[in-house]
Design a protein around this ligand. Structure first.
Ligand code: CP
Length: 283
């Protein structure tokens, strides 16, 4: 019933449904109520789930954590049980703690995970995969370079796992401080070899003074500049989950360059989230 990780869905089925919604297939789930409960800031995920719900003719409500009874000591579990008692139809939750959903497994209303700590961002991975599939038509053998704050990126963690399962070759690059368990590849060399470059934001909210580099030094060493973009293969595309730090990990001119798929990723996010809502609301 719940969708906490990609293991809870058939990714090909979700992407096929998302592609159908993109081709204007209609589905009306009138009178269903979808609540978004975000305990961490979000623009793309929260509002695209809301647009997705509205596209399906659902009603939406947003939980404002800063103005809620959390301030009186209410726990996450009790907040979610309260929404379940309202008899709404689905909840989308984002929370800063990894695996926050473990304590919510017995909640009777379907929950979709909108991101947990540094662990998991399933809807982002699905929209990334949809964007890659639209571009190349397959996954097996594609080479992707992820660059930046790998250690604190739930997008990187979810993507690495699923992309390897799909037969993609995943390479990581970035400052030592942001290394995970993986080999660190040479950025300048790898950008010339891969099909996809995925730039990642430095997650300053998850660490404070971990990085020894200034923003300018980071941009010089690890930023995707026009000079570097010009070294990529003709078919190479650029992705970024957003939000992006302009002129730190990615230069202004690259963001809307013809090789960039950043705004297509955002657009595809609405269709993927319609497919996820369809999955939990049509049961
Ligand atoms: N990519 C992503 O999760 O963005 P938001 O934090 O704005 O939702």
């Amino acid at each position: 019933m719940h969708i906490f990780t990609l293991e809870d869905v058939d990714i090909h089925q979700i992407i096929n449904r998302a592609l159908a919604f993109k081709k204007r297939e209609k589905l009306s789930l009138e009178n269903k109520i979808v609540a978004t409960l975000f305990f961490e800031p979000s623009t793309r995920t929260r509002y695209s789930f809301e647009v997705a719900a509205l596209n399906l003719n659902c009603k939406t409500i947003n939980f404002e954590s800063s103005n809620s009874s959390l301030n009186k000591g209410e726990t996450l579990y009790d907040t979610i049980q309260t929404f379940a008692a309202f008899n709404i139809d689905a909840m989308i939750i984002r929370h800063p703690e990894n695996n926050y959903y473990e304590e919510l497994k017995k909640i009777k209303i379907p929950i979709i995970n909108g991101g947990d700590g540094t662990n998991n961002h399933l809807s982002q991975s699905l929209l990334d995969l949809m964007t890659i599939y639209e571009e190349f038509g397959y996954y097996e053998g594609l080479k992707i370079l992820m660059v930046g704050d790998i250690k604190h990126s739930r997008v990187a963690h979810t993507n690495m796992k699923i992309m390897r399962e799909l037969g993609m070759k995943v390479y990581l690059s970035g400052p030592k401080e942001f290394e995970d368990q993986e080999t660190n590849f040479e950025f300048e060399e790898m950008i010339q070899k891969v099909d996809i470059i995925m730039m990642l934001r430095i997650q300053k909210e998850r660490h404070h003074s971990l990085m020894n580099l200034s923003n300018e030094e980071y941009h010089l060493q690890y930023g995707l500049t026009m000079q570097r973009l010009n070294k990529t293969k003709s078919h190479t595309i650029v992705m970024h989950p957003g939000p992006f730090n302009r002129n730190i990990e990615i230069a202004d001119e690259v963001i809307e360059h013809p090789k960039s798929r950043i705004f297509k990723q955002i657009e595809n996010g609405v269709y993927v989230r319609m497919a996820l809502l369809e999955k939990v609301l049509s049961r």
